[in-house]
Write a protein that binds this ligand. Structure first.
Ligand SMILES: [Zn+2]
Length: 456
């Protein structure tokens, strides 16, 4: 490069940098508690957003000085601002029609719960065109990561159809291919109790009914078979998310991931559900770097297995505290039945992670959930991480989402109060005042809407 060309290039870079710093905020939220989720005691009063990204966090005066004539300024009146919730296991797109909801209505339901990103955790080959069309029509408003199904919940195999796609490619607005979903055991396939598969040592401790149906519900694969599937996906750059409720299935999946080796493990594989975990399985998540995904709502599912778990349930089920304590990366998701806000709501699910009593709404045979063992409770801070920064890591979007930081995407939720200083029993009653995806207000409650018209 000639000297004058170089000088011109440097000037252009300098101009761009100044432009960036001087870019006026498009939206400022002030007068509240902004919790970036970077460290437990870090908080600010205000946040400035420019376009789709976060411009700055700081004290009110400093942030308000970034306002220009066009800036929308909203007073928080003491409300709390957090990273938008990331739900790494949902069926928002696939299940909407079953609930007689449009895709747009289902998305609105999630936004009203403060969810800004979600994984669609089972996409069959025949479903992808409709999801893509919906996104092209602007109906997909959450950032949605698609996991393409290798097989289904009854074990029917679709095969490696994901080879036709690029991992992490955005295929339509707010819709990207993210990974491959594999069922390691069957799930709700003709029998609501199906999909749990016990190891031999545990089977010997089960009631006769338990030993009877173990035979039909063994894992769908031996570890080397599953390892070959995982390796093939990893060879093409796809992470896997593997369904495993029973300890036998979890054992198979962890064994398969270890066999699949470093390439597959570097892609942050997820084991979904992990409802029944033996002592020997818990440390393997941290050792291998496997993400454990748990549901703090449909864990009530465990009551269905009561006759199989005469004495062991309190030491074997819902081991969230043990997983977190082991150093594993643990994420919290809603899964199903998402249509009920009591299940979808991150705040209800947060309450269930931090207090012994389950606050979820009733669902037929799943209730009542017994109290969670005190050793399995996590802190509110940890629970929030499981729904923000840890979930961002699991979905490979931590460079853009999961914490509030200048330069990151402005995916933000505004809550009626700070969850870190709210009593666990009150968490389900916090209200979502506003939900932003990429700096755009996608949902707000009526109260905030009327206040905002008056601005400051
Ligand atoms: Zn699911």
């Amino acid at each position: 490069m000639k000297t004058e060309e170089k000088a011109f290039a440097l000037m252009a870079i300098a101009a761009a940098a100044v432009g960036a710093a001087a870019a006026p905020a498009t939206l400022i939220l002030f007068g509240g508690t902004v919790i970036p989720m970077t460290a437990p005691d870090v908080a600010f009063e205000a946040i400035a957003i420019a376009g789709e990204r976060i411009l700055a966090l700081g004290e009110d005066e400093e942030i308000l000085s970034l306002a220009g004539p066009e800036t929308q300024v909203i007073k928080l009146e003491g409300k709390a601002v957090l990273p938008g919730f990331i739900d790494p296991h949902t069926h928002l797109l696939a299940d909407a029609p079953q609930e007689s909801l449009s895709v747009a209505a289902a998305q609105m339901q999630a936004l009203a719960c403060g969810i800004t990103s979600a994984a669609e955790m089972l996409v069959r080959p025949d479903e992808l065109p409709a999801f893509t069309a919906a996104a092209e029509h602007g109906e997909v408003r959450l950032r949605t990561s698609l996991y393409l199904a290798y097989n289904d919940l009854c074990g029917n195999v679709f095969g490696p159809w994901y080879v036709n796609y690029e991992p992490f490619a955005e295929i339509a607005p707010r819709l990207r291919i993210a990974g491959v979903k594999v069922f390691a055991e069957r799930s709700t396939c003709g029998d609501e109790r199906a999909a749990i598969s016990f190891s031999d040592p545990l089977r010997r401790l089960l009631s006769p009914a338990g030993t009877f149906w173990y035979g039909e519900d063994r894992p769908l694969f031996a570890a080397p078979e599953l390892a070959a599937i995982v390796s093939d996906a990893a060879g093409r750059g796809f992470p896997v998310a593997v369904h495993a409720i029973g300890d036998g299935a979890v054992e198979t999946v962890l064994g398969a991931l270890e066999l699949a080796g470093a390439n597959a493990l570097a892609l942050r594989p997820m084991v979904l559900h992990n409802l029944f975990l033996r002592d020997d399985l818990v440390p393997a998540f941290a050792r291998l770097g496997v993400v454990a995904a748990v549901e703090s709502t449909n864990a009530c599912f465990v009551d269905v297995y009561d006759d199989l778990l005469p004495t062991l349930r309190n030491t074997l089920v819902r081991r969230w505290g043990d997983l977190v304590g082991s150093g594993a990366r643990v994420v919290a998701d809603s899964d199903w039945p998402w249509c009920d806000p009591g299940f979808l709501s991150p705040l209800v699910r947060l309450a269930n992670l931090v207090s012994p009593m389950n606050a979820s709404s009733a669902y037929a045979s799943w209730e009542p959930c017994r109290p969670l063992a005190s050793t399995q409770l996590v802190s509110v801070w940890q629970g929030l991480r499981m729904m923000t920064s840890e979930a961002a890591y699991a979905l490979h979007c931590e460079a853009e989402c999961g914490i509030l930081e200048p330069g990151k995407l402005a995916d933000v939720v505004v809550l009626s109060a700070n969850p870190l200083t709210t009593l666990p029993s009150e968490l389900p009653f916090l209200r979502v005042s506003m939900c932003l995806v990429g700096g755009r207000i996608e949902w707000r409650d009526a109260e905030v809407a009327s206040q905002a018209s008056g601005s400051r």
